[in-house]
Design a protein around this ligand. Structure first.
Ligand SMILES: Cc1cc2nc3c(=O)[nH]c(=O)nc-3n(C[C@H](O)[C@H](O)[C@H](O)COP(=O)(O)OP(=O)(O)OC[C@H]3O[C@@H](n4cnc5c(N)ncnc54)[C@H](O)[C@@H]3O)c2cc1C
Length: 468
C-alpha cells in the first residue's frame, strides 16, 4: 500500500526547493496541510502580514493544483489539530520544513516526539535558511556574536544545492475536507490594502520574476546605491523570503553561478538573515529583552503624544515621516529608512525598541521575528554586534546624504513636494518666504519638529551614561 504523508506547510509557500514536499512526492500520496494557529503562525504578527499570507496561500493553492495537488486548510492549535488530521487521513508519516520561531520550534520538537511515539514517521528538513542555525559555530562550539566572523565562517561552508520544483503530486481521496481560505479570515473585511495590492504580486512566479529583474537592473549598483531609498536598487525580496515564497538557497546558488565581485554585497545581506536566525534560536529572549544586560536599566520614556506622531509620520522630520508613511501604505520600508526611524524612536524620543518592533511586526508584510528583533536591537545599541548607542543618527544629515534631491520625501510627504531640495530635509530652517513659495505653512500643513535634534541627542547620551 502506498503511504500517505502529511506535509505541514508553514514558512514555505512554494514548489521549488521544498525539501519536505519533494521527499513526500517521491514516496507516497501527499496531503499538504496548512494550519492557521493564531498563536504561532506568521499570521500572529499583524494585519498587513495576514493580508500577504492570504494572497500567497491563494497563489500556492493554485500552484499545487497545477501539479495535480491541493492544499488542505484548518485552524487551531497545531499540537491538537495535526494529530486529528493524522487520524482521520490514516497518514503514516508527517514531514515538515523547520520553523525557527523559538515557540514554534519547541512546540514542534514536542509534537515530533509525541507523533513518533505513536508510530508515525516524522521527518524534518531545512527549508528556511542556507544552513540550520546551529550549524555555523565558533571553534569552541559556541555561537557567533559578531556578524563578520559568522559571515566568513558560513561562506566556507558547502551550501546544499536547491531541489527542483515538484512536478507532480499524487493525493489521496479524502473525506476530511478542512476549511477554505476564506474561512481562515486572513483578508481584512475593510479593503484598506489597495496600494499594497497594486505593488505586491503574490506567488513564487512573481518572486522569481522580481529576483531576475533585480539582478538585471540593480546587482551591479547594489553595493553603491542600495542605501538610496528613491533609487530602487534593493531587491524587495524580503516579503517573499518571510513566507518562504522564494528559497534562499536558490538565490544563493544562482548568485554563485553568476559569479563576479558584484554578487558578494547581496550575499552578505542574505547572510545577515542567517545571522539573525542563529541569534534568535540560540538567544530566544532577544526578541523581547536586550542582549546587552546594561540596557535592562536604561530609563526609557513612554510619551503617548510622541508615539502617536511617530506612528503617523508627523514628527516634523521629513525623512522619518516619509518612512513611516511608506510603511503604512505599502507594508514595506527601505532598510536605510528603517534604521533612521528606529534610531529616531529609540534615541530622539527614548521610546523602548520593543514598542517599535511591535509596530513594525503589525505593519510590515515582511515581518520576521529574527530580522525584526535583530534590526531593532542593532539600532538601539543593545544587541550583538550593534551600532554603539552613542552613534546617534542625525535624521537631517542622513536625509541629505541618502535622499539628496528629496525624491523619496516628495513621494511620501506630498505636502512638501514643492519645497526646494536644499530645504526639504529640514523645512523648519527654511525662511517663511521659501515655504510660502512652496505652499507650506509650518504648524498647519506640516508640523514643526517634535524634538530639537541637539537637545534630544544630549538627553539620549545622558541616559546612556547612566548605564555605561
Ligand atoms: C529596525 C529594523 C527592522 C527590520 N525588520 C525586518 C523584518 O521584520 N523583516 C525583514 O525581513 N527584515 C527586517 N529588517 C532588515 C532589512 O531592513 C530588510 O530585510 C530589508 O530592508 C528588506 O528589503 P530588501 O528585500 O529590498 O533587501 P535587500 O537589500 O535586497 O536584501 C536582500 C535580503 O537580505 C536580507 N537582509 C537585508 N538586510 C538585512 C538585515 N539588515 N538584516 C537581516 N536580513 C537582511 C533580507 O532577507 C533581504 O530581503 C529590519 C531592519 C531594521 C533596521
Amino acid at each position: 500500500m502506498t503511504k500517505s504523508i502529511i506535509v505541514l506547510i508553514r514558512q514555505d509557500l512554494r514548489l521549488h526547493d521544498h525539501p519536505a514536499l519533494y521527499k513526500a512526492s517521491q514516496e507516497g500520496k501527499v496531503i499538504p496541510l496548512y494550519i492557521l494557529d493564531e498563536e504561532t503562525s506568521p499570521a500572529s504578527t499583524g494585519e498587513a502580514k495576514k493580508w500577504w499570507l492570504h494572497q500567497n496561500l491563494e497563489a500556492f493553492q493554485t500552484s499545487l493544483q497545477t501539479i495535480n495537488g491541493r492544499l488542505w486548510m484548518d485552524r487551531g492549535k497545531v499540537e491538537n489539530v495535526l494529530p486529528q488530521w493524522v487520524k482521520k487521513t490514516d497518514a503514516q508519516a508527517v514531514y515538515w520544513n523547520r520553523v525557527y520561531d523559538p515557540k514554534v520550534y519547541e512546540r514542534d520538537l514536542t509534537l515530533a516526539r509525541s507523533l513518533s511515539s505513536q508510530g508515525i514517521d516524522v521527518q524534518t528538513f531545512e527549508g528556511t535558511l542556507l544552513l540550520p542555525p546551529w550549524k555555523v559555530k565558533k571553534e569552541d562550539g559556541t555561537p557567533y556574536k559578531v556578524y563578520s566572523a559568522f559571515y566568513k565562517s558560513l561562506r566556507k561552508e558547502e551550501i546544499p544545492k536547491p531541489l527542483l520544483p515538484v512536478k507532480k503530486l499524487e493525493v489521496p481521496r479524502l473525506g476530511a475536507e478542512g476549511l477554505s481560505l476564506i474561512d481562515l479570515s486572513l483578508k481584512p473585511s475593510i479593503p484598506w490594502f489597495h496600494i499594497m495590492e497594486s505593488i505586491w504580486d503574490p506567488g513564487e512566479e512573481a518572486a522569481i520574476k522580481r529576483y531576475h529583474s533585480f539582478v538585471q537592473k540593480s546587482i551591479e549598483d547594489y553595493a553603491e546605491r542600495r542605501d538610496m531609498p528613491a533609487e530602487g536598487h534593493h531587491s524587495t525580496l524580503s516579503p517573499y523570503l518571510a513566507l518562504g515564497v522564494i528559497s534562499v538557497r536558490s538565490l544563493y546558488h544562482s548568485l554563485l553561478e553568476m559569479g563576479g565581485t558584484q554578487v558578494e554585497p547581496f550575499i552578505k545581506q542574505l547572510i545577515w538573515r542567517e545571522f539573525s536566525y542563529s541569534v534568535l534560536l540560540q538567544f530566544p529572549e532577544s526578541t523581547t529583552r536586550p542582549v546587552n544586560e546594561k540596557f535592562k536599566k536604561f530609563r526609557w520614556k513612554k510619551e503617548k503624544e510622541y508615539w502617536n506622531r511617530w506612528t503617523r509620520g508627523e514628527t516634523g522630520y521629513p525623512i522619518v515621516d516619509a518612512g513611516m508613511r511608506e510603511l503604512w501604505a505599502t507594508g514595506f520600508m527601505h532598510n536605510r529608512v528603517r534604521m533612521i526611524v528606529a534610531s529616531f524612536l529609540t534615541k530622539h524620543l527614548l521610546i523602548p525598541w520593543q514598542e517599535g518592533a511591535r509596530w513594525f511586526s503589525n505593519t510590515l508584510i515582511d515581518a520576521d521575528l529574527a530580522n525584526n528583533s535583530m534590526g531593532w536591537q542593532w539600532v538601539a545599541g543593545s544587541g550583538f554586534d550593534s551600532a554603539p548607542y552613542f552613534r546617534i543618527f542625525n535624521p537631517t544629515l542622513q536625509s541629505e546624504k541618502f535622499d539628496k534631491e528629496g525624491t523619496y520625501i516628495r513621494m511620501w510627504v506630498p505636502e512638501l513636494k514643492d519645497v526646494p531640495s536644499k530645504h526639504i530635509h529640514k523645512p523648519s530652517e527654511a525662511s517663511v518666504e521659501i515655504l510660502e513659495g512652496a505652499g507650506v505653512i509650518l504648524g498647519e500643513d506640516y508640523p514643526y519638529p517634535i524634538v530639537d535634534h541637539k537637545a534630544a541627542r544630549d538627553r539620549a547620551l545622558d541616559r546612556y551614561h547612566e548605564i555605561k
